[in-house]
Design a protein around this ligand. Structure first.
Ligand code: SF4
Length: 307
């Protein structure tokens, strides 16, 4: 019997952030008002009542909020099974802050790492010292015995060649869940500065595949590529985030400025596209194609139907 999909609710706290990533999808939303503590506590209760299995708390940067631990603790007290947070990791450089967040009951953390070294990462976050802080944060969490740390990397022109080195960084830090995310140019920083940031998929994919292969060789079966056309990922079709996500989750996004009751469906219906070139492709039904803004700027010549 087919298992029922689990409900994942992505709870946005607001768009304020202590980094300033060049490609950030929320780059034009920084000044939007933050949700209040009372709003967030109400939403946590609503998520529980809706049957959320995963509550992912994100910003901006949610961990810089003074009420972050209270929100996590409330979700755990209500019994939401998995409470996680995607973070730039800087707050965890302070051992006391790291300890307090772990004690609040958070189940897992996803660190955003955009390069294997300070030069690459900090140039993209435009926050000097951000790489040193996230590294210290990883060390502090390890010292606390907190092991459930994943990683995600936004793939842009400036870091794609460094992905194999970054894979080695993840391996060294024993990070078993990693996503290499092809940059979303439909909104925000990457849309505003498309030519400088967005690589051709045919140029980025070999580096992404190499990073996945390094992970496989090191026993990291949960490393994945996200937002990619499948024709560039033959040989790693078991490592595509969307395939996995469609099978396992129903995902809702609760943001300050929008509510999306089917984030997975609307992404494939509106934000990404296949084109006439895709006709007859063996992967047609499994593949979401590529970002709409990408097609507008670069066209579809790199899409190669697999017969
Ligand atoms: S040709 Fe089109 S449908 Fe086939 S894998 Fe590439 S993007 Fe997807």
């Amino acid at each position: 019997m087919k298992e029922e999909k689990k409900l994942k609710i992505v709870l946005f706290t607001g768009y304020a952030c202590n980094n300033n990533c060049a490609f950030c999808i929320d780059a034009d939303k920084r000044a939007y008002p933050q949700k209040t503590t009372a709003e967030l506590l109400r939403e946590v209760l609503r998520a529980k009542n809706k049957g959320a299995y995963i509550l992912e708390i994100i910003g901006g940067e949610a961990t810089i909020r003074p009420d972050f631990k209270r929100i996590v603790a409330a979700a755990k007290e209500l019994g939401i099974p998995q409470v996680s947070c995607a973070t730039n990791g800087r707050v965890f450089a302070d051992p006391a802050a790291a300890r307090a967040i772990v004690r609040s009951g958070i189940d897992s953390l996803i660190f955003s790492v955009h390069g294997p070294d300070a030069a690459t990462h900090d140039a993209l976050t435009r926050a000097p010292g951000s790489f040193a802080q996230l590294k210290k944060g990883l060390g502090n969490l390890r010292a606390l015995g907190f092991r459930r740390v994943g990683g995600n990397t936004t793939v842009v022109k400036q870091n794609m060649a460094a992905l194999p080195a970054l894979a080695k960084f993840y391996i060294k830090n024993r990070i078993r869940n990693v996503e290499y995310i092809f940059v979303d140019p439909n909104y925000g920083g990457a849309k505003n500065d498309f030519r400088r940031l967005v690589p051709r998929i045919s140029k980025a994919a070999p580096y992404m595949r190499r990073a996945l292969a390094l992970g496989r060789a090191a026993g990291m079966g949960q490393w994945k590529a996200r937002y990619v056309p499948l024709c560039h990922f033959g040989g790693c079709l078991g490592q595509i985030s969307e395939t996995n996500e469609r099978e396992l989750f129903m995902t809702e996004h609760w943001a300050p400025d929008f509510l999306n009751r089917d984030a997975i469906g609307s992404r494939s219906a509106l934000s990404r596209k296949k084109t006439a070139r895709c006709r007859g492709c063996r992967f047609y039904s499994a593949c979401e194609g590529i970002w709409v803004e990408y097609l507008k700027a670069y066209g579809d010549k790199e899409l190669k139907p697999v017969k």
